[in-house]
Design a protein around this ligand. Structure first.
Ligand code: AMP
Length: 191
């Protein structure tokens, strides 16, 4: 079994790359952002809880997010492993994930950060916003707020995972294929 965490600021390419990696390594891809959007679209109680935070580009509270993630893992027994995309985003989420998966005799094999600078990411996100219809991709101040949330709450996880010798960083600038190759090489080298 192999369980990976994909890190990176909004627009770094986590979702795009997770789609390739999931096929190559036969993993289940769990994106907390996608799960929240699905719940909002279907007007569930969970979607209602998340919407106001997402609209502003703020993180959804930990408790709501952790419960949703754990339920999604439990919905997928007997799998070869998971790619966690956009989770954990806070230290409390990382600690909860460790406790949860250890209780299942699983472990996180690696956390991989896709690195790119803010100006490139803002441009990518605004372009994506033209076609994705995501309101949080269409407004530069919301995008910058998402980066601020990342710097404040998510970036410290680098130290958390470095402490576990699980942190890897990959250059997220280049063609989609180039980045997929960098990630694939890294994952193969983990074994
Ligand atoms: P994403 O699709 O990963 O860019 O996430 C979009 C939005 O969903 C974020 O700006 C947050 O509002 C929310 N979200 C996604 N994942 C998390 C998480 N792990 N913790 C808190 N909020 C999250």
């Amino acid at each position: 079994m192999i369980n990976l965490v994909l890190f990176g600021k909004p627009g770094a390419g986590k979702g795009t790359q997770a789609a390739f990696l999931k096929a190559t390594f036969n993993l289940v891809h769990i994106s907390t952002g996608d799960l929240f959007r699905y719940n909002i679209k279907n007007k569930t109680a969970l979607g209602q809880k998340a919407q106001s935070f997402m609209d502003k580009g703020d993180l959804v509270p930990d408790r709501v997010t952790i419960e949703m993630l754990e339920a999604e893992v439990d919905r997928n027994p007997e799998v070869k492993g998971f790619i966690f995309d956009g989770f954990p985003r806070t230290k409390a989420q990382a600690q909860a994930l460790d406790v949860f998966i250890e209780a299942k005799n699983m472990k996180i094999n690696a956390t991989i950060a896709l690195e790119a600078n803010d100006d490139i990411l803002v441009k990518r996100l605004l372009e994506r916003g033209e076609t994705s219809g995501r309101s949080d991709d269409q407004d530069e101040s919301k995008i910058r707020n998402r980066f601020d949330e990342y710097k404040l709450k998510t970036a410290p996880l680098k130290d958390y995972y470095e402490g576990q010798h699980k942190f890897h960083s990959v250059n997220g600038i280049g063609s989609i294929n180039e980045i997929t190759e960098r990630l694939t090489n890294l994952i193969v080298s983990l074994n």
